[in-house]
Design a protein around this ligand. Sequence first.
Ligand code: PMP
Length: 290
Amino acid sequence: MSLKIYLNGKFVAREQAKLSVFDHGLLYGDGVFEGIRSYNGLVFKLEEHIDRLFESAQTIMLTIPLTKAQLIEAVCRCLRINRLHNAYIRLVVTRGVGDLGLDPRKCPLPTVFIIADKITLYPKRLYERGLALITVPTQRNLPEALNPQIKSLNYLNNILAKIEAVNAGFEEAIMLNAHGYVTECTGENLFIVKGRRLLTPPTYVGVLKGITRQTVMDLAGRDGIEAREEVLTRHDLFNADECFLTGTAAEIVPVVTIDGRTIGAGRPGRVTLRLMRQFQALTKTAGVRY
Ligand code: PMP
C-alpha cells in the first residue's frame, strides 16, 4: 500500500502529493514546520509541537488555516490511515501559492501537508560509542535577523554548517553565534554536564527551543540534577565532564570529542546514559494515543 499524505485537507497517494512551483515554501523557504515522533501508537509531545508550530507561524505572520485541535486530529488520522505505530511525522505549513515576487499578501491560501513515514533510526554504534563534533565557520543566524526560535523552512544556515562538517570528515557541526558563543548543532540542541549541573545555551544566543531539550531538562531536574540555561564558550565544552545532543529524530546522542579534545573519559558519560534510559522509558508511556 502506498503511503497516504495529508495535503490541504485530503489524503492522497504519495505519487499524487505534489505542490505548485509557485508555492512560496519552495520559492523562498517561506513557511514553518515540525518534526514529530510516535512510539508504539503514542505521539510524543504532540501538543508541544503544535504549540511551537503556531508560535513560529505567529512570528512570521502566517495564519494556519486549521485550529490546534484540527491539526492534532489530522496528525493522528495520518498515522492511523498509514497503520504506523512507530513513525516520524513531518508537519509543514507554507505561505502557499503566490506570484514570483516575495510579497506574502499575494499568497491567499497557506499549504498544509503532513507526511508520516517509517522512522529511519541512526546507527546503534553512534549511541554506544558517541559522536565526534567540530565547530564550523558558518555562524548560527542572528536572532535579530532570522531568529532560530522560528522553525522555518529556511534551513540553509544549518545546511552550510553541515556541509562544512562533512567536508572536514565529521558527521555533525557545532555552530557558534556572531560573538563566538556556542549555540547548537545543525538539527539538535547541545548540552554539557559539569559536576552536578546540566547546562545548555539560552535561546537568546540563537537556538531552537527544542522539545527534547525541555524534556531532558525536566528529567534531570526530577533526578536532583540542576538543569539550566547558561551562555557557553568552546572552553566550557572542552572542559565538560560529559556532552550530548538532543532532538526529536536523534533523541539523545552522546558526544565524546569536540575539535579534537576528548570530553570527559572519551565515552558516553554516566549522566548521559541515565538520561538516555529515562528518555526511552518516557517515550513508551507518555503521548497522545491515536
Ligand atoms: N535545533 C534545530 C536547528 C533543529 O532543527 C531541531 C529539530 N530538528 C532541534 C534543535 C531539536 O529540537 P526538537 O527536540 O524539538 O526536535
